[in-house]
Write a protein of this length. Structure first.
Lengths: 112, 112
């Protein structure tokens, strides 16, 4: 089982739609959680961190459910510019190997 | 402005050749990382460093080496390039462990 699993998509949605991505992680000791965005043939960039209480940044809302070990990202009022791959990322503490674990990403295509 | 750069951006080489990919950051971050990204696998950690003279193996380190002689640079060397090492390589840095990582623009390597 992969440490971080995401639905690869693609999610094809019309402009203005609301879309949600889920991500599950296997290590219950994971401490930090992030959503990164990656445009085609570009580097990943941090979209938002995910806090236990949930957090919102404009049209984007991230939620964390530790009991079920999943993270979600909700995008409201989708824009064409939201088309990208969204990477779920968790951080595992463990010895000297504190590092980010990346999911394979979910592809979002917003259609006009 | 502080930044992270990679060179070359594109490289074609032959099987068996030694190849070095450069990574340079001007943020003075102690933590630096090398990833490869392949379809279906997402980002996989090759090597990482927590400071000068510190290097550590990631999950896919076979056939790769790094050195850290200063804070700014973490070159990645493929000792004897293999076709299986055809990939997109990303370098990243972060100011603190388990925190946001800032990625370079990537190097697209083709091994023929």
């Amino acid at each position: 089982r992969k440490e971080v699993e995401q639905d690869p998509g693609p999610f094809n949605v019309p402009e203005g739609a609301t879309v949600a991505f889920n991500c599950t992680y296997s290590n219950s000791a994971s401490q930090s959680f992030f959503w990164y965005r990656q445009d085609c043939r570009k580097e990943p960039k941090l979209l938002m961190s995910v806090y236990s209480s949930g957090n919102e940044d404009g049209r984007f809302t991230a939620q964390l459910n530790r009991a079920s070990q999943y993270i979600s990202l909700l995008i409201r009022d989708s824009k064409l510019s939201d088309s990208a791959t969204y990477l779920c990322v968790v951080t595992n503490y463990g010895g000297a190997t504190n590092k980010l674990i990346f999911g394979t990403g979910t592809l979002l295509a917003v259609q006009p | 402005d502080a930044e992270i750069t990679q060179s070359p951006r594109h490289k074609i080489t032959e099987t068996g050749r030694q190849v070095t990919l450069a990574c340079h950051q001007t943020w003075n971050h102690n933590n630096m990382f090398w990833y490869r990204q392949d379809l279906g696998h997402g980002l996989r950690l090759i090597h990482y460093s927590y400071g000068v003279q510190d290097t550590n193996k990631g999950e896919v380190s076979d056939g790769y080496s790094v050195s850290r002689s200063n804070t700014e640079d973490l070159p990645l060397t493929l000792e004897s390039a293999a076709s299986s090492q055809t990939s997109v390589y990303f370098c990243a840095s972060s100011p603190r462990l388990n925190n946001e990582q800032f990625f370079g623009p990537g190097t697209r390597l083709t091994v023929l």
